[in-house]
Design a protein around this ligand. Structure first.
Ligand code: SF4
Length: 329
């Protein structure tokens, strides 16, 4: 994954499915698919603006890229490729469905400078995939991931937590399965129930209940640790903040700083490990200054959490501290 992305949204084109959670237009915030001229204008502007081209990828997101009409897909790739060859941008990343990957498709992607492919795995449990009308199996995810890697593309896998008919154990299982496929990157999307989707109907009729928000923070913080321990970079945890999503949200785990909430929870667990079993009631932890707000938690919630247990926690910042250190006061 490069540092910069030039995002190009290709909404819902050619997708024959209707996943339980999907309102693609809401997520992408775009109603219209980009034409070749529009794409060229966008990329020309980005090319002039961005100096660090070798750290920049053109990212086709928002739809099922390899499921769109092939002549249109190739016209987009050809246009993007003009800005990659001859020392231009680093490459192209796309996201697509696991069942729209084949050798023929990968040959086309290779030819036009695609470097990274992300698959929406969502779950590795067939029962969950089925209940959410994904139209593919966990085995499709495995087979397409292996094929993508055999072609030398960077692989990204996306999972969705809290889906209909899923639970904590199934989501942890999904993460383990994803780790075993050895992707370079992962994305964790805690479910957001949008208006006019199957999930919203199930929720409104009481057939779908969601775990409490705090339990989801707990679960996603565990997933972040699992991926980190496996050396897999999590490039997103929580849905991208957007007005469209806010307007259409019925329920779910939407929070503009969702990842930070999970990282604060990880700090809380680290502190807890140090404190557990001690008779002391006062602790001081030093953390790197960049992590101070995460360590304290939003509105100092980690400090309040321990205060409610009769423990006084002081968290200070030190520029050169890599890991946190602890002093018993
Ligand atoms: S495959 Fe993707 S675009 Fe199609 S319905 Fe499912 S989530 Fe939406």
């Amino acid at each position: 994954m490069r540092h910069n992305n030039i995002s190009v949204f290709v909404p819902n084109l050619g997708c024959p499915h209707s996943c339980s959670f999907c309102d693609q237009h809401t997520i992408s915030g775009e109603l219209k698919a980009p034409g070749v001229d529009e794409l060229r204008r966008l990329l020309t502007d980005a090319y002039r603006r961005i100096d660090d081209k070798k750290n920049t990828e053109i990212a086709f997101f928002g739809g099922s890229f390899t499921a769109i009409e092939h002549s249109y897909m190739i016209s987009l790739l050809k246009t993007a490729y003009e800005f990659i060859k001859n020392d231009g941008f680093y490459g192209i990343r796309i996201s697509t469905r696991p069942d729209f990957i084949s050798s023929d498709i990968l040959n086309i992607l290779k030819q036009y400078g695609v470097t990274s492919i992300e698959l929406g795995a969502q779950s590795m449990c067939d029962g969950v995939l089925n209940a959410n009308d994904r139209g593919h199996t966990a085995d499709d995810v495995k087979k397409s991931s292996e094929l993508i890697k055999s072609y030398g593309f960077e692989l990204g896998l996306q999972m969705m937590t809290g889906l209909y008919m899923s639970d904590k154990e199934k989501d942890l299982f999904t993460a383990k399965e994803i780790i075993s496929l050895n992707p370079e990157t992962a994305r964790i999307y805690p479910v957001c129930v949008l208006n006019n989707t199957k999930l919203s109907r199930l929720y409104e009729t009481g057939k779908y209940t969601l775990m409490p928000f705090d339990d989801m923070i707990e679960l996603c913080s565990e997933l972040l640790i699992m991926f980190s321990n496996a050396g897999i970079k999590v490039i997103k945890c929580g849905l991208h903040a957007s007005q469209d999503v806010k307007d259409k949200l019925v329920t779910g785990y939407y929070h503009p700083a969702f990842r930070e909430l999970c990282e604060s929870r990880i700090y809380r667990k680290l502190f807890e490990k140090e404190i557990l079993g001690s008779e002391e009631k006062y602790f001081e932890f030093s953390v790197n200054d960049r992590c101070l707000s995460k360590a304290r938690g939003q509105s100092n919630e980690n400090i309040t959490y321990f205060k409610n247990k009769g423990i006084t926690l002081k968290i200070t910042a030190e520029r050169d501290t890599e890991k946190f250190s602890v002093k018993r006061l």
